[in-house]
Design a protein. Structure first.
Length: 235
């Protein structure tokens, strides 16, 4: 940045979400309240086990495809420490420069705030005003559509249960924009075209009714899980 042609340059740094926020990992078994691994001081809901989204507790136990609570929490705590290092490095770099050039976009806390199950069904995240009239409302649960084509849950994540959907990417862009506006007040009038973003989200515009087959047929899920086990052994 020493050779940056723009003297008033800024860098916006995102951090890493907790692994148990992604809907690919579905919580099953006993529920537990735990101090936030990211260090916010709040208590959040965790589960005894985590498994792939379509698996029932019985399927997860029989196939061995689950993560224990202690392991999930250990991973989240490691991510929390990693994010603390990011924050420390930003502070250190700004002190060296003698001015605020690097800025944190706390993607981790934003996603934690919007996590449906983590917040016991009462997420505190404040969505943009454009979401007030959006129906069905989006959430962080895994995408599900019933046989009639009605979206029952999801909207923030794509079908892999890890990466954001078009709407989810828009939310992340919005969080970056808010920090940019705080740094540069002249950008205050800038906004995102939410109507266009929603129109480009095929999961919303063209609901996948086949999703009901995955949720309603345990034998199919067990079969696919067993196939995955066989393929893993052959590898």
């Amino acid at each position: 940045m020493a050779n940056n042609q723009h003297q008033d340059w800024h860098v916006f740094v995102g951090n890493v979400p907790l692994v148990t926020i992604a809907p690919l990992a579905k919580g099953i078994g006993e529920q537990r309240l735990v101090q936030d691994p990211a260090g916010s001081g709040k208590e959040y809901l965790y589960y005894q086990y985590y498994t792939y989204f379509p698996l029932t507790e019985k399927s997860a136990m029989s196939t061995g495809k689950y993560l224990k609570f202690r392991d999930a929490l250990f991973i989240d705590k490691a991510i929390g420490k990693f994010n603390e290092i990011i924050k420390e490095l930003i502070t250190e770099k700004n002190q060296q420069l003698g001015t605020e050039r690097f800025h944190l976009v706390d993607v981790c806390q934003n996603l934690t705030n919007m996590a449906y199950k983590r917040n016991r069904g009462n997420p505190s995240y404040q969505y943009p005003a454009a979401f007030d009239d959006m129906y069905p409302p989006v959430d962080t649960k895994y995408y599900h559509v019933n046989r009639n084509g009605v979206i029952e849950s999801g909207g923030m994540f794509s079908l892999d249960g890890i990466h954001p959907s078009a709407i989810g990417q828009g939310i992340i862009a919005w969080e970056f924009l808010k920090i940019m506006q705080a740094v540069r007040p002249e950008l205050t009038d800038q906004t995102l075209n939410w109507s266009e973003i929603v129109q480009t989200d095929s999961l919303i515009q063209e609901p996948i009714t086949l999703m009901s087959e995955i949720y309603e047929h345990d034998k199919l899920v067990d079969f696919l899980a067993n196939i995955a086990n066989v393929l893993r052994i052959k590898d």
